[in-house]
Design a protein around this ligand. Structure first.
Ligand code: BES
Ligand code: MN
Ligand code: ZN
Length: 463
């Protein structure tokens, strides 16, 4: 049993509200706007020599006469990219820095700066790294900025940690740790108790794993506040089960608990900001493994809700554990029921790794999620719960099959499957996330990623 929980990666940037006399300025430069060169002729020639044109994210560090960095210019491009600050941490010399000219709402510039300083060091022998200090302007809330950065680091750490240090019991321990920090109550049901307490599909999917499957339940906040319930897919590792994945398809499957990691992050944001919400977090945590007692293709499982499910493919396991978890959450009629899951490869084919599709049973809420996610640059894109596709999930011997027979609309049909298990929640939204940055971008290093939780947090703050 592995219950080693490492501390969250800490941010190597210190944000302060007091600017000291040693602080070096950073000047934002719009693309091809060389007016700075006439005020600062040294920078002008240095820019020319280095081909600095103010392209989005480009950085020009200008030394003083002693060869020590004195100021820096940062390309702002056409002003549309929020995360131009993503490479600053890596490129600036150690010291104190401040921005000289900032746009009206600079939160994402500081967020990009913080997020770009992340490096997963748990398994590196050399832990040392440089430290920077940055002054915040008056219109940035230090607590809120640090909350967003630290929470993203938590989500990334949880996903980046390989399965040998992040099994279902470790996921439980991480949730218990959150509970201890914020005064929430955490309970769990595991092993054969899942059968006694009617979580048959969580048990069936997870029973072949070497660590017992479980359902973890965190509760926090005043019972009179709006009930928000978060559910996250916690597959510690997805081998595919008896319908085993290829080597390539399996390589990244430590990240199949990315939905759980993300809702844990969202729960942390809510509790840390003390939002007036009655929060509940439900995580079914399992390993989809292979053993003599593994569930099989062709098996018929009875779900918590009563619907029977024929197993067309053991690799469509996420929807099975989520079905029981969603039904459980739905029973107390929450005002908002949100689930996040690394559910389908089809979502990536449709929208790529950076724009998770989501589904919503309330038109107004769906539009709000779309609009706010784009505004704050935490993109989410709504796809339809297209009813006519429901019949693709028909089974001859059970109420439902867990897969369709053709490969069409894989993300939509997975969402329709989940919808069968939700009927009392006033609002339900499902997020089919990737939870991973596959190619380096400023502020987004390769590895586990938080997706959609800033958008949902923003919406919940506005309730
Ligand atoms: N965890 C995977 C989905 C996944 C794969 C997400 C790769 C991100 C990257 C999920 O459990 C799965 O295996 N889904 C299958 C479903 C199929 C069997 C209907 C898929 O998408 O291929
Ligand atoms: Mn799978
Ligand atoms: Zn999976």
């Amino acid at each position: 049993m592995s219950r080693i929980l490492a501390p969250i990666t800490s941010c190597p940037i210190e944000f302060t509200t007091e600017q000291s006399e040693h602080s070096h300025p950073i000047i934002l430069v719009a693309e091809n706007d060389f007016s700075f060169a006439s005020e600062d002729t040294v920078a002008g020639s240095w820019a020319k020599a280095n081909h600095f044109t103010g392209k989005s994210g480009d950085i020009l560090v200008v030394p003083d006469n002693d060869g020590i960095a004195s100021r820096a210019y940062l390309g702002a491009g056409d002003g549309s990219d929020a995360f131009i600050t993503g490479n600053l941490f890596k490129q600036l010399p150690e010291g104190e820095w401040h921005f000289e000219n900032l746009p009206e709402n600079p939160l994402n510039l500081f967020l990009g700066l913080g997020l770009g300083s992340y490096k997963f060091r748990r398994y590196l022998q050399t832990k040392a790294q440089k430290k920077l200090k940055f002054t915040l302007p008056d219109n940035i809330d230090k607590d809120e900025l640090e909350r967003l950065v630290e929470t993203t680091f938590l989500v990334r750490d949880l996903i980046n940690t390989p399965t040998n240090d992040m099994e279902p019991d470790t996921i439980e321990e991480a949730i218990r740790q959150l509970g201890r920090t914020y005064g929430a109550t955490v309970t769990s049901i595991w092993g054969d108790d899942l059968l006694k307490q009617n979580f048959p599909m969580v048990h069936a999917v997870g029973r072949a794993g070497s660590v017992a499957p479980r359902i973890i339940d965190l509760r926090w906040g005043d019972e009179n506040h709006p009930k928000v319930t978060l559910v996250g897919k916690g597959v510690a590792f997805d081998s595919g089960g008896l319908d085993i994945k290829s080597a390539n398809g399996m390589l990244l499957m430590k990240k199949d608990m990315g939905g759980a990691a993300n809702v844990m992050g969202l729960a942390r944001l809510i509790m840390d900001a003390k939002l007036p919400i009655r929060l509940r977090l439900i995580v079914p945590a399992v390993e989809n493994s292979i053993s003599g007692n593994a569930f099989r293709p062709g098996d018929v499982l009875k779900s918590r809700k009563g619907l029977t499910v024929e197993i067309g493919n053991t690799d469509a396991e996420g929807r099975l554990i989520l079905a029981d978890a969603l039904a459980f959450g739905d029973e107390e009629k929450p005002d908002y029921l949100f689930d996040m899951a690394t559910l389908t490869g089809a979502a990536r084919v449709a929208l790529g790794p950076d724009v998770p599709p989501f589904y919503c049973n309330n038109e107004n809420l769906g539009q709000k999620i779309s609009r706010i996610s784009m505004e704050i640059q935490d993109p989410l894109w709504q796809l339809p719960l297209w009813k006519p596709y429901q019949k693709k999930l028909a089974s001859r011997i059970a109420d439902l099959n867990n897969v369709t027979t053709d490969g069409f609309a894989g993300s939509i049909t997975a969402a329709l499957f989940l919808q069968k298990f939700v009927d009392q929640a006033a609002n339900w939204a499902h997020f089919d996330i990737y939870g991973w940055t596959p190619a380096e971008k400023p502020a987004f290093p390769i590895g586990g990623e938080a997706q959609g939780i800033r958008a949902l947090y923003t919406i919940l703050k506005g309730l």
